[in-house]
Design a protein around this ligand. Structure first.
Ligand code: ZN
Ligand code: ZN
Length: 355
């Protein structure tokens, strides 16, 4: 549990009460480490639930207890949505679950996934077909990252209308960017990845994820030249010079500025990355280009089965983008992620699940 900002996390015994009506108790198989967790831990972003709090919102596991009315979940392998909507309010009924005002985010509103168990409402649980999981060579801990790293770009991609005739520009290839490239490519788009990283392993990974073109900002004097290069690529590929979909995944002011600078007529900017700092942008460009910027908070549970299917059908590779680590190493893992030492997304696994 996190006791305070920047203090080592500590083990605390859990109170495993019986689930109430509509609730399930999930034995956690794995929980992915997201940059949002680091924001709570290092950057002073407050959690809604008071400390001490177990962080973590990318959770897979098995239902080991079920309250009244939801007994059918007992024993099932599940992914818990990173944002759990109430399922009953006016917004939820109109399919706007991501803005449900009674939503619960594990590791923020309620106890989270860096633990052995979690109690959650059953609303929005996504069942994992374990035969298909085996068939594609994945384990339940590995697919925990679907809860945010895959579904958040997926919701952004669906919302932006990415399809087979889309040219998608992904800004930032670490973290969510790598998954965004895969999601866009899996939906049939041609993908251009933009980075300022020079690590050859990372570049090779991003190409094998489905990026048709990787542009390193260090090779260009400015964004005007980058835009020209993408224009030439679009022409060569027979794609439009309008309506580019730009997924800002770097969560940096520079990345957001670059997204703005790459705007063409009819563009959609998907704001996938997050940063506390503020930048200065000329919003009138949205007007002049008849463009739009779309924010994206989590993903509606309705879309989880579609995202899971892309993984289970092998169209999105999770295996080579995650690294399972014992939950006991959480403090070292947070330091390693914070220092950008890991090229894969860390998944914390309670030790009993490793054997
Ligand atoms: Zn997250
Ligand atoms: Zn609701």
């Amino acid at each position: 549990m996190m006791a305070g900002p920047d203090q080592p996390m500590v083990k605390v015994p859990m109170d495993l009460r019986a689930p109430e009506a509509g609730e399930v108790l999930v034995e956690i198989a794995g929980c992915g480490v997201c940059h949002t967790d680091l924001d709570y831990f290092y950057n002073g972003v407050p959690t809604k639930h008071p400390l001490p709090l177990a962080l973590g919102h990318e959770i897979s596991g098995r239902v080991v207890g079920a309250g009244a009315g939801v007994e059918s979940w007992m024993g099932k392998a599940v992914i818990i949505p990173a944002v759990i909507p109430c399922g009953a309010c006016d917004l939820c009924r109109r399919g706007k679950q991501t803005i449900c005002r009674s939503q619960k985010m594990p590791g923020y509103d309620i106890q989270g996934g860096f633990a052995t168990h979690i109690m959650v409402p059953s609303t929005g649980l996504c069942e994992v077909d374990e035969d298909r999981l085996d068939a594609v060579g994945l384990t339940l801990p590995e697919v925990s990252v679907i809860a945010d790293a895959v579904t958040t770009p997926y919701q952004a991609a669906i919302q932006a209308g990415i399809g087979t005739d889309s040219l998608v520009i992904v800004i930032g290839i670490g973290g969510l960017g790598g998954y965004s490239v895969q999601v866009a490519a899996a939906l049939g788009a041609k993908v251009v990845a933009i980075t300022s990283k020079t690590d050859p392993g990372m570049i090779a990974d991003i190409k094998s994820s489905g990026a048709s073109l990787v542009l390193n900002l260090k090779d260009f004097p400015g964004m005007r030249e980058v835009k020209k290069e993408i224009g030439a690529f679009a022409k060569a590929e027979g794609l439009r010079s309008t309506e580019w979909i730009i997924m800002e995944c770097s969560g940096s002011i520079q990345g957001q500025q670059n997204a703005f600078d790459l705007m063409v007529h009819g563009s959609t900017i998907c704001v996938v990355g997050y940063i506390m700092k503020t930048g200065e942008f000329r919003l009138s460009n949205l007007m002049a280009y008849h463009a739009r910027a779309l924010g994206n908070w989590g993903c509606s549970p309705d879309l989880y089965p579609g995202a899971l299917d892309l993984v289970l059908s092998g169209r999105i590779d999770v295996k080579n983008f995650v690294e399972c680590r014992p939950l006991d190493s959480i403090n070292e893992t947070f330091v390693a992620v914070h220092d950008h030492k890991l090229s894969r997304r860390a998944v914390m696994v309670p030790v009993r699940a490793l054997v």
